[in-house]
Ligand binder design. Structure first.
Ligand SMILES: [Zn+2]
Length: 92
């Protein structure tokens, strides 16, 4: 879950947006710390909210497609004449 970027003996905690000393004790200490845990929880919540929003957008898009398909079906059903046919019939 947590991504690290190593630079000059420090590790970057992408979840907390801070540098921590690049040694096992300090990393362990950081990961067990309340601040890091809170940030991980917050990050998960944000991801969940993003997903819920995207799902909703997809559902709305699906409804639009459905509507377009039903209109197309309606047009086909009643065999509306293409522009050329109208011209042939003298409507244009
Ligand atoms: Zn952290």
């Amino acid at each position: 879950m947590t991504e690290y970027w190593v630079s000059q003996g420090n590790k970057w905690c992408d979840t907390c947006k801070i540098f921590i000393s690049n040694n096992p004790a300090s990393i362990r200490n950081h990961e067990l710390g309340q601040r890091h845990k809170d940030n991980v929880a917050r990050r998960l919540n944000t991801m969940r909210e993003d997903k819920a929003r995207k799902d909703k957008e997809l559902q709305q898009a699906a409804r639009v497609v459905e509507r377009i398909e039903s209109v197309s079906g309606f047009i086909l059903q009643f065999r509306i004449q293409p522009r050329e046919s109208l011209r042939t019939l003298g409507f244009e």
